[in-house]
Ligand binder design. Structure first.
Ligand code: ACO
Length: 327
């Protein structure tokens, strides 16, 4: 059974930059506080009229170009997102149409910031069992439209973006996505959520005024959960492949907070230099975070054939996971 391999990557970030200094004018915060507590210096905001599928499309086109794959060769499109253009149809269906990927079936996966890893795992299964030959995996989110811009606890953290990858059967034995371990703990659903706007609490004018359709978060609980779970699941993923942290060449991690990543790398005893960092530029781009970092690291020439890459993410749910890839 051939493994699935990443044969192309792409990413997109909107052009408008929001600096920490600009946030100082909106909420009671400071550049120094944000940089010290999170490592974030700026984030991107989608242009008026720009939606998640537009960002996803731009990232997808780059990934397809790198993979030398035409849209009609794609059999499957999976988009990790919690901010699709509209409740239905899926973002993936819109991307399929815009790309002209006429032979692909397409659907979204909702695992918040872990969305791209979950999406990649789904596509990986279809490839491994031979049902598809080419899959397009996208992580895309547009959080700047679901934030409470009066809440300094959350509005400083997030930005908009998209990342994409094309998967195909590996041509060489032992290379590709070696394993993915995914976890969920729904008992933690309240520490990071958008309480309103769904079937439990349909959107009302009053709810909108009370910011019920925006992100709420218990930052300290999310922080503790992230450090514990990312460490555990990465060790589990490595162990399953007979690997130890010292054999990891690169870490592509969800870019939520530099202190979370420092703590995880410290516990894993992996030098922080092995972890691709771009959260200073983009903030937390939710499902886009991992594929965006992967694309940047790849285009920067970081990866050599045979390198071991640990990809890890955590998001609302709580959901988390780790993929171990032999490049
Ligand atoms: N500017 C200035 N002060 C602030 C800000 C801000 N933007 N936000 C909070 N504060 C204040 C708080 O009100 C608090 O003040 P108080 O002591 O008077 O009550 C003080 O700073 C300390 O607050 P803490 O919440 O203890 O600060 P902490 O060091 O935990 O940092 C943070 C907060 C950055 C949110 C941190 O908890 C964190 O990063 N948690 C992880 C959350 C995360 O990454 N979420 C992303 C989505 S989830 C994911 O992607 C996995």
């Amino acid at each position: 059974m051939a493994l699935a391999q990443i044969i192309g990557t792409g990413s997109y970030a909107p052009t408008q930059v929001i600096t920490n200094q600009e946030l100082e004018k909106i909420v009671d915060t400071s550049d120094a506080w944000i940089v010290e507590r999170t490592g974030i210096k700026q984030r991107r905001r989608a242009a008026p009229g720009e939606a998640t599928s537009d960002m996803a499309l731009a990232a997808a086109r780059q990934a397809l170009a790198m993979a030398g794959t035409r849209p009609e060769e794609i059999d499957l499109i999976v988009v990790g997102t919690v901010t699709a253009d509209m409740p239905m149809p899926s973002c993936a269906a819109l991307v399929q149409a815009k790309l002209g990927a006429v032979n692909a079936f397409a659907f979204d996966v909702g695992a918040a910031c872990a969305g791209a890893l979950y999406a990649m795992s789904v596509a990986d299964q279809f490839l491994r069992n031979g049902k598809v030959r080419r899959a397009l995996v996208i992580g895309a989110d547009l959080f700047t439209r679901i934030l409470n811009w009066e809440d300094r606890n959350t509005c400083i953290l997030f930005g908009d973006g998209a990342g994409a990858m094309v998967l195909a059967p590996a041509e060489e034995e032992g290379r590709g996505i070696l394993s993915t371990h995914l976890k969920t703990d729904g008992t933690l659903s309240e520490i990071l959520a958008i309480p309103g706007g769904g079937s439990r609490e349909p959107m009302t004018e009053e709810g909108v005024r009370a910011h019920r359709q925006t992100v709420t978060m218990n930052g300290r609980e999310v922080f503790k959960c992230a450090v514990r779970t990312l460490t555990e699941v990465t060790l589990e993923g490595l162990r399953a492949n007979g690997l130890v942290p010292a054999q990891v060449d690169h870490v592509i991690a969800h870019q939520a907070n530099i202190r979370i990543l420092e703590a995880v790398m410290h516990r894993l005893e992996i030098p922080l230099e092995k972890c691709w960092l771009n959260l200073d530029k983009y903030g937390n781009t939710s499902a886009a975070s991992v594929p965006l970092a992967l694309d940047e690291a790849h285009r920067a020439g970081r990866f050599k054939r045979g390198d071991v890459i640990a990809m890890m993410a955590i998001g609302a749910g709580m959901t988390w996971g780790c993929s171990v890839v032999r490049w």
